[in-house]
Design a protein around this ligand. Structure first.
Ligand code: AMP
Length: 193
């Protein structure tokens, strides 16, 4: 099993790169944001509980997302590995994830963090805002706040994995292919290590 965490600020191209990575390495994509949105769509008790937090832009309580990830791991016993996206976002989540993976005899192999300059992110998001219809993509102040929030949270979780020498920063500027190749090189070097 090969498990990785992909970090990237809004506008870093994380979505595009996630799709390519899961297809190249046969990984199961686990995005807590997507899982929560589908719980809401299914009007489950978990979805209803999560919604009030998400509507306010707050983090859903750790125990809720941890339980959701635990079930997703149990429900995919055949997976070659997992690509975690949007999770873990807190130290408690990172510790819980390590524990769950240990119970399954596996671990996080690498944490890939896409790095894009603030100037480039703002440019990309304002550009996306012209067509995405997302209100949070049109205001430069909101964009900057989202980026700052990401930096703060990622730094905390990255510190957890730095203890185990698992964090690799990859430049998220250039063509999609160039970035994908850089991510693949890092994965390949850990796979054979
Ligand atoms: P995302 O699609 O990853 O931007 O997540 C959308 C929203 O879902 C976030 O603003 C949070 O409210 C919630 N969420 C997603 N992942 C997590 C997580 N790992 N921990 C807590 N809340 C989360």
């Amino acid at each position: 099993m090969f498990n990785l965490i992909l970090f990237g600020p809004p506008g870093s191209g994380k979505g595009t790169q996630s799709e390519r990575l899961i297809s190249k390495y046969g990984l199961k994509h686990l995005s807590t944001g997507d899982l929560l949105r589908s719980e809401i769509a299914g009007q489950t008790p978990l979805g209803m509980a999560a919604r009030s937090y998400m509507d306010k832009g707050q983090l859903v309580p750790d125990e809720v997302v941890i339980e959701m990830i635990s079930s997703a791991l149990d429900n995919n016993p055949q997976a070659n590995g997992f690509l975690f996206d949007g999770f873990p976002r807190t130290n408690a989540q990172a510790e819980a994830l390590d524990k769950l993976l240990t119970q399954k005899g596996t671990e996080i192999a690498i944490v890939l963090a896409l790095q894009v300059s603030q100037k480039e992110l703002v440019k990309r998001l304002l550009n996306r805002g012209l067509t995405s219809g997302r209100s949070d993509d049109v205001d430069e102040e909101i964009i900057s706040a989202r980026i700052a929030e990401y930096e703060m949270k990622t730094a905390a979780v990255a510190d957890h994995y730095k203890k185990y020498d698992k964090v690799v920063y990859v430049k998220g500027e250039g063509t999609i292919d160039e970035i994908f190749d850089a991510l693949s090189d890092e994965i390949d070097s850990r796979k054979t290590a």
